[in-house]
Design a protein around this ligand. Sequence first.
Ligand SMILES: [Zn+2]
Length: 170
Amino acid sequence: MNCPFCGHEDTQVKDSRSTEDGAAIRRRRVCGGCAQRFTTIERVQLRELVVTKMDGRRVPFDRDKLARSIRIALRKRPVEEDRQERIVNGLVRQLEASGEAEISSSRIGELAMDALHSIDGVAYVRFASVYRDFREVEAFSKLLTAMRPGEEGGLLPPPGEHEKDKGTKK
Ligand SMILES: [Zn+2]
């Protein structure tokens, strides 16, 4: 594993531990060249999944990309990191269990929205607003209204508001 900072080939594992749900192993590493520290995560991959995009392109399923979008949707929401990890694990398992070799990006989006819907309404709307095509903006505003009648606009933080929130942990 090359150092992501300087490219040095000699990195040393300082510490290995399972994530709380036992689905992955985190290894703390230190670079022998620049002494920077970083973490690698090892997890089981049952199948190679291919995602078909709206424009017809086929790309390998990117777990990190899915995890990132889930994390962004849940930013500053009262959902712990371990739980976020479990949400992503659950989604990946669902995808793998589907038996399909190819999965459309819209299907992944729907599954993620389903998962978020039962966990955090705000995260759900955030995710939906990014994921859904802007052509559906009308349907989206109806969705907002349906979720919290009489409180549209209360779901999303005002611009800039979340920046000054407490707890600026990365
Ligand atoms: Zn380095």
